[in-house]
Design a protein around this ligand. Structure first.
Ligand SMILES: [Zn+2]
Length: 347
């Protein structure tokens, strides 16, 4: 699809389009940024544009070459749906069906040997490496030479969501493009265009923290469940009914998933906090972010001074930035709980 069909991250798209127009797309690229913000879609569009039969600075999305890049097919070896039948656009992902948890050295050796071969159909040969940050040092080392001196017809795009820092030896050989979370407005627009009711689109956009993929895959029931859980935590911590609520929910589990869920929960808690502050100050109910929780919020806000509610919102915002800086999740939950209780009882 053309760049303009990808929501958010216009700056990155403009840089790539300019590079395409001047025939100066870097041969080694590193796309970094949080999950679900369009890194893979952008890489695929770049791959399409580099071989598009109709356009030079964008993907038409319609020609044979563009379509082959995103064609879905069933992989015979694994029985899984895969994307891309273009022989010159090759994607690597973690082979979870082989119980792998990282990009393997065998995959990177294969990339290296294929990178030297001339394109079969198109003008360029493009390699996408998903979860490039998962690569072992050994796998990364096998890539260094090809990143340093890639053949003129080869482009390598590494994708990383920053779960693990990328090795400096890799980073220094790539042009780095940083992707930002997609704005709430853009997410809302995409959802409404897909037929989601505006009120639900607004709440979904609010909780996914710029992760458009997540916004599109989350169904409303899941969001409702998560909001109910978030409300239970909000109430438990504010009234002191169950001080361990946050820790019980986020104290353990696989870091990547826990981090994502915690991010969404913090976002929901902050929205409840803003609503509680609004009600505690006697504000306009039409401004509530969670109008369907008005009754519960009123009961809870009755026990909270406006200043306390605002302090809690502040704490939640701080917790969100700590989460983005990769702190220890258990410690973050414990620290937030302690400060929340203090804020709730002080007047
Ligand atoms: Zn095309």
């Amino acid at each position: 699809m053309p760049f303009s069909d990808i929501a958010g991250n216009r700056r990155v798209q403009d840089i790539l389009k300019l590079a395409l127009a001047h025939g100066r797309v870097p041969h080694a690229l590193l796309f970094t940024g949080p999950q679900g913000v369009g890194k893979r879609e952008t890489a695929r569009t770049l791959a399409q544009a580099l071989n598009c039969l109709n356009q030079a600075d964008d993907a038409c999305g319609k020609c044979e070459s563009c379509q082959a890049v995103v064609k879905v097919y069933k992989d015979k070896a694994t029985g899984r749906d895969k994307i891309g039948t273009h022989p010159d656009v090759i994607e690597y992902e973690i082979e979870v069906w082989k119980d792998k948890t990282s990009i393997s050295i065998e995959q990177m050796r294969e990339l290296k040997s294929l990178a030297g071969l001339k394109p079969m159909l198109g003008r360029k040969r493009i390699f996408l490496v998903d979860d490039a940050d998962s690569m072992s040092e050994e796998a990364a080392n096998s890539l260094l030479k090809i990143l340093e001196e890639p053949p003129l017809f080869t482009h390598i795009v590494l994708l990383s969501d920053g779960t693990v820092p990328i090795l400096p030896t890799i980073k220094s050989r790539c042009r780095i493009l940083t992707f930002l979370p997609v704005s709430d407005e853009d997410i809302e627009k995409v959802l409404v265009a897909r037929g989601v009711e505006p009120e639900r689109a607004r709440i979904t956009a609010l909780v996914v923290r710029g992760n458009l993929d997540r916004a599109m895959s989350l169904d409303w029931k899941e969001i409702e469940t998560e909001r109910r859980e978030a409300w239970a935590i909000f109430e438990a911590l504010t009234t002191g009914r169950e001080a361990a609520a946050l820790l019980r929910r986020f104290g353990s589990g696989r870091r990547k998933e826990v981090k994502e869920e915690m991010g969404r929960t913090l976002e929901m808690l902050a929205a409840f906090g803003r609503d509680a502050a609004l009600l505690a100050e006697g504000g306009d109910v039409r401004l509530l972010l969670n109008p369907d929780y008005e009754h519960e919020l009123r009961t809870c806000a009755g026990t909270l001074a406006p200043a306390s509610a605002l302090r809690i919102v502040g704490l939640l915002q701080e917790a969100q930035s700590s989460l983005d800086r990769n702190v220890h999740l258990g410690l973050l939950a414990a620290g937030l709980t302690a400060r929340w209780r203090q804020a709730a009882i002080s007047m």
